[in-house]
Every structure is written in C-alpha cells, then in structure tokens.
Write a protein of this length. Structure first.
Length: 742
C-alpha cells in the first residue's frame, strides 16, 4: 500500500478508504510503515490499528508506536510492529504526524501535524474477539462468531464450527449464515472461577488452495443475576470477582504524613459489627510502578423493568499523581463503558484523617432494561509514588427514589404527606378561606436528604428560595434555621405564612426551592400555594340527629317536624334515649359558642354538652344530646338555649323539647282546654284562651259551650268528684256534667 498525500490544506484529518487499496498484513509477522517527511521541520510519525473494530484505538496492542526517529526535508522515518495472530479481516489504520515529539493520542488535537486513516487487510480470519460475552444462569444467551475476508462458500468444522472443546451447559452452536455461527441458549451451569468454557472454532474458505481460520474462544457463565436493589456491605459477599491487590477484609486504620494519605479503621455500615470492606492492600500502601489495571467486579444484576439506575457506594480513595483508577459498567462482561475515571495528573485523598465519602453515578443509559449488568472498579497503572488506593463499603445498584423529599405539615401539626415537584396546591398548601389581613400559618415543610451525597440549596449567585406567581408578596418564607448543605439522612424545615393585607380574593404563589439533588423532579423544586382572603362572618344552623339531618327552626314547637317529643316516660324508668342536636357554622368565619343550657322544665332533662368547643370553624359543627328524665308526672316542656356570635341569629337560639312524665303506681291529674294536647292547665290558671267568653248580652241566651278535659297520666285509678262552679258569679255560668264519669 502506498499513498503520496502531500500536506493537508483544508483539513488536518483525511480518509483514504476508497482511493487507496488496503494493504495486506500477515498475522504473526513483522511489518513496517515508512513515512517520508517533505517539510523542513523535525516531524515524527505514529500509527494505530483498530484490531477489534470497536471504533477506537484504545485497546491493548492497538498502539503501534512512534517512528524510531524524526524526519524532515525528504527523509524517511519507520514504524516497526508485529500483527497479533488473534485478528483477521479488514481493519482501520490511523497515521499521525506531529512536530518535535511523537503524537501519543489518536484523537487529541496538536498544533502542528496531520492525521490520515487507511484500511489494512489481515487476511481470512475469524474477526470476532475472544472471550465471548459473559453469560448468566437463567438468562438467554446469544453471541455471533463471524468469519471475514474469505473466498466463496465457508465450510465450518462439524457443520457448526466447533473443532474441539465444549460449550457451557445449555448452549449450542448453529451456522446461521455463510460467514456466521451463533452460540445461543440458556445456561444451566456456571463455569468454575478462573476456568471458563473453552472451545476452538475452525472454518475453511473455497479459495485455491483453501485457507483455514481458527481461534480459541472462551465463555464465562456467572450465577443468576440478582434483582434490584443490589446492596453489598461485604459482611457475606457473594459473586464478586477480585484480582491483584483487591481483597475483602476488615477495615484497618492507616495514616502517613508524606505524602499525606489515610485509611479508616472502621467500616461505613452502622448496622453491622464485622468491620468488613472491599479494598486494595487494606491498611497500607499500594505497590509502586505497576503497569496493569486490576479490577474488583460486582455480581451480575438484573435491571429489567428499570428506566433509571444508579450505582452508589461509600469510599475512601488515596491516589498519587501518576496512578489511575476507573469505574466501568458492562452488560455482557466483555465490553466496558467508563462511568468515571480519575483525572490524569491529579491526586486524591490527600488527608491524614480518614473519612468516608459518598460516590453516586447515574448508569441509566447503559443499565436500564438490561438483564446482565456488572460494575467494576479498576486500579492501575500505578506510578512511582505510593498511596492507599480504595476502601469501599455499602455498595448499591438501585432504582433511585427521590434524593430530596419534601413533606408538608399534617393537620394538627407534624410531618404529613409527601409532595412532589410542581404539585397543584392542595392540603396544607391551600390555606383555604381565611380572614383578610390576618397571619395564617406558618405551614411547616420538612426536607429530607435520602441520597448518598449532601444537598446544597442555592449558590453564591442563586438564592435558596425564589417566589413567583400572581401574589408572591402576600406569602412569607421563614427559613432561619434551615440546614444548608443538608447531609445524607438529615431533615430540615422551613415555614410559609400568608397574609393578604387589606385585600380580598384569591391569591397564589409558586415557591421555587433551588437545589442540586438528583432524581427529585426539576431544579428548582416548585411548591404551589393558594389562599382565599375574605371578610369572614359566622352563620348558625341547627339540625336534628346530624349535620345532614333536618333543620330545626328557632323556637319551633317540639311537636312540629322535625319533632323533639319524647312521649311518655315513667318517672322511675330513668332517662330516655337521647336525641342529637347538631350546631353548625355554615358561614365563612369562626363562630363563638357559649355552652348551651335549658329553660322551662330543665330539671326533667339531661343535657350533654361534653363535645362543645368555644369556637366552631367555618364549615364545622359540634353535637349536643338531650334525654328526657322526668322527676314528676305531667307534661314537661323545656327549651335548649344556644348562644353564638352570629349577628343574624336569635340570641339565644331556642330548640323546644317536650315529654310526658308518668308513673305506674300513682294516679295523676291533668286538665286541658279541649283535647289532651298542648300544655295542661296549672291550678287556678288565669282565664285565657277559650276560657275567656268575652262579652255576652243579657237575656241573649248561653254562649257556645267549651270543653274541659280531665286526664289521668298516672299508673293508678284517679277518683274525681263531680265538678262544681265557684267564684264570684257561679250563677252566670252553666256547667254540664252529664257526660262526666268520675
């Protein structure tokens, strides 16, 4: 392959995929690339090949190295390399030139130089890398092995490509296309730790003579993925894969002053006493000058059904300049994506007093909906300066709930229901109808940090609270004791008060809480309020039996509907069943209430006012009860008196009741005008009503007769003598006793 590209005039990056025939490379053989430098400046050449076709040049062995010297003014430089035997097919070659020193990055920008991409041909080969993706018990498995760059029909060994070795139990190999064999099935057994299933795939093309490609593949089968949430405090760890200096053991205190670093002497898990953590070289310094990165890898976790996933843990990291660490995620055990990586040239944990720090990362993009998720933490390469590395505890993969929760005050005080970002005003956030110009509240809100890291409210440029909406100035926030920042597990409070001033009507406000919490709606967190300010007045309404019962008008006769007539009750039988009188405030303001009492024959009634309060809120009510317990025979009329500050109600508001006292062993006497209804006459009562005959002409004859009824309400026979007339003029009246039966 040869190309005279000349200097780049429009772009420092150019591709020659179609214009230059791919160069042929032989796996396992040594090759060289020669570059002639035409410019006058000393320039180096560097090359990379993407052997595994994953779109980058970052994998081990893909960096071919720089030229052995620089070139200029037509001199030629050389890059020497050997192609690995594990790869075949067409691959991408990247060439870079750089002034003064070799380019060490395949993608970084340099001030002087050029980048060019070509294709190279490694011949007939199995292009799928080994090992194949990791599988797990009960999880469907599928992986394709592809051959490339052959001629004609491919002949797979034994029809399915397997020349020797064996697949994991539960998996089979099937040819699905001329160039593809698929390994699929559901694993039924795990592979021993460090001993994956191994097998050789062989395929021959139809060239003359035929070419054969072979490669050894391995598959690791792990235990069945655990379900979310996955939590590990390392008391009894299961399924972790650790290598190199990683270990699970007891936290061991360590500290040194130069360079400053430390490790904690106790684990982070408060609920256990075993003191177990995950770490590397626990209680000491990691080894210097290590070129390899070693990993601690979590068990597989099923995130099927989850739309958001987070990994979180508590850790203590000591990392010196020149050393590296990384957190990665995979859904197949082979291909890993970076979650977080240490910054090159930075140091971490330069404190001699150990503390546990919270680490949390959203992995939804990679993990959501996936059934075989693993997270690993890598340490290395390690430089010449030693530090403590990692201590890790309380590791969790979870579907995160709200890191920040806001709870409004319950009725009667204390924490109530949780509210969410931008909820409509309800509950305590709806002040309801209140008196204008009065303070209402404060309503207390409780903020809790449920997450792994501290929550900060506001910033140097953004206030903690911002008020917006139609009436922000009528709502007042009190947050003098609010904690900021809010540590994990802590709760803090603030209050909101409403006062309309001189105005009336509907008021609204949105309170924006500015925060940096995760998974808690938007930021700011919006809390909506409303209130209705009015000139308030009470309104008394009295009902029988309940707040939905019939209305009892003021001074309505006891026998009128709804009746409050207890009927007959023996004076020795005790009280009747009570009836309930409900006192309601149907107005817009509070109603004052003095304890009700009774007039009339009040000693013959039992009035229960134990539920009475001094003030009834608008829309509220209280119940009183009254029972009839006569002390003597006869008709007993009384009235309940209700005293309120309703300016439109009678004072007192009267509720008449009646009952007839009887006895089972004594006679009784009651005298009525006409029939035995209404109130009986008292002895020597004044001549009123029908007993006042009015004016009558002399010699005009008698007036219409009136009837006097004598009744015995008692329980024994009443003996009555024949009535007679008395007074100052008995001769002027005619008494008819012909129907009388004494």
């Amino acid at each position: 392959m040869s190309n005279a590209s000349g200097p780049a005039t429009t772009s420092p990056y150019n591709t020659y995929y179609g214009g230059v025939t791919p160069g042929n490379l032989i796996p396992g053989a040594a090759h060289s690339i020669q570059v002639t430098m035409q410019g006058q400046y000393n320039t180096y050449a560097t090359a990379w090949i993407d052997y595994n076709n994953d779109g980058d040049f970052l994998d081990s062995g893909e960096y071919l190295g720089p030229s052995t010297s620089y070139g200029s003014n037509g001199s030629t430089v050389t890059i020497n390399f050997t192609v690995p035997t594990a790869f075949g097919g067409v691959k991408r070659l990247r060439m870079r030139t750089n002034y003064s020193s070799p380019a060490t990055s395949s993608t970084s920008s340099y001030s002087y130089g050029e980048a060019e991409d070509y294709l190279v041909n490694l011949g007939f080969a199995l292009e799928t890398s080994s090992p194949l993706p990791v599988g797990a018990l009960t999880q469907a498995y599928s992986a394709d092995i592809k051959a490339t760059n052959g001629v004609g029909t491919y002949n797979w060994a034994n029809g399915n490509g397997i020349l020797s070795g064996s697949l994991p139990a539960g998996l089979t190999a099937t040819k699905i296309a001329n160039d593809t064999v698929r390994i699929q099935g559901t694993p039924t057994a795990i592979t021993p730790t460090g001993n994956p299933a191994s097998f050789t795939i062989s395929v021959t093309d139809s060239d003359s003579p035929p070419e054969t490609a072979q490669k050894v593949y391995t598959i690791t089968i792990l235990p069945q993925p655990v379900s979310l949430p996955f939590f590990e405090d390392f008391s009894n760890p299961v399924g972790w894969q650790i290598e190199g200096p990683w270990q699970i053991g007891s936290a061991t205190s360590f500290s040194q002053s130069s360079p400053p670093c430390s490790e904690p002497g106790t684990d982070h898990t408060a609920a256990t006493s075993d003191n177990k953590i995950l770490g590397d070289t626990i209680g000491g310094l990691y080894t210097a000058n290590v070129s390899t990165m070693y990993y601690a890898t979590s068990p597989m976790v099923s995130c099927i059904g989850a739309s958001t996933v987070r990994v979180r843990f508590f850790g203590w990291l000591g990392l010196a300049i020149g050393s590296e660490t990384i957190i990665e995620i995979s859904t197949n055990g082979n291909t890993w994506s970076t979650v977080w990586a240490s910054t090159s040239g930075a140091s971490y944990g330069t404190k001699t007093t150990p503390t546990w720090d919270a680490y949390a990362y959203d992995i939804s993009a990679q993990a959501a909906g996936q059934g075989t998720v693993q997270v690993r933490i890598g340490l290395g390469p390690l430089g010449s300066t030693r530090s403590t590395g990692w201590c890790i505890d309380d590791f969790m993969i979870e579907v995160p709930a709200d890191d920040l929760t806001v709870v409004e005050q319950a009725t009667g005080g204390g924490p109530g229901p949780q509210i969410h970002d931008d909820d409509a005003p309800a509950g305590a956030r709806d002040f309801g109808t209140v008196a204008k110009g009065t303070n209402n509240g404060p309503i207390t809100f409780y903020i809790t940090n449920n997450g792994p890291k501290k929550i900060k409210f506001g910033s140097s440029t953004v206030p903690v609270f911002t008020k917006s909406g139609n009436n922000p100035t009528e709502f007042y926030v009190s947050a003098g004791g609010m904690l900021n920042p809010l540590e994990p597990g802590q709760t803090t409070t603030f209050g909101v008060t409403f006062n309309s001033g001189s105005g009336t009507g509907t008021y609204s406000m949105t309170l924006e809480l500015n925060h940096d919490a995760d998974y808690s709606g938007t930021t700011p967190f919006d809390i909506n309020f409303t209130a209705n300010a009015q000139v308030l007045a009470p309104s008394l309404e009295v009902r029988l039996n309940s707040s939905t019962g019939p209305t009892v008008a003021h001074d309505l006769a006891a026998t009128s509907s709804p009746a409050r007539d207890f009927g007959q009750q023996d004076i020795n039988a005790g009280p009747t069943s009570p009836i309930t009188v409900t006192i309601m405030n149907t107005g817009t303001g509070p109603m004052s209430l003095t304890t009700p009492d009774m007039s009339g024959y009040y000693n013959d009634y039992v009035l229960n006012t134990s539920g009475v309060v001094s003030q009834i809120a608008a829309g509220a009510s209280v119940d009183i009860t009254v029972a009839f317990d006569p002390t003597s025979v006869g008709q007993k009329d009384a009235k309940i008196r209700i005293f309120t500050n309703d300016p439109g109600a009678p004072y007192p508001y009267l509720v008449p009741v009646t009952g007839m006292g009887t006895t089972s062993n004594l006679a009784g006497l009651e005298v009525f005008d006409g029939p035995t209804t209404g109130t009986p006459l008292s002895h020597n009562a004044s001549p009123t009503g029908v007993r006042n005959f009015g004016n009558q002409l002399v010699a005009a004859g008698p007036t219409p007769a009136i009837t006097i009824t004598i009744s015995n309400p008692g329980g024994a026979q009443l003996v009555v003598g024949t009535p007679t007339l008395g007074g100052t003029a008995p001769g002027e009246f005619v008494l008819d006793t012909s129907g009388f039966n004494g």
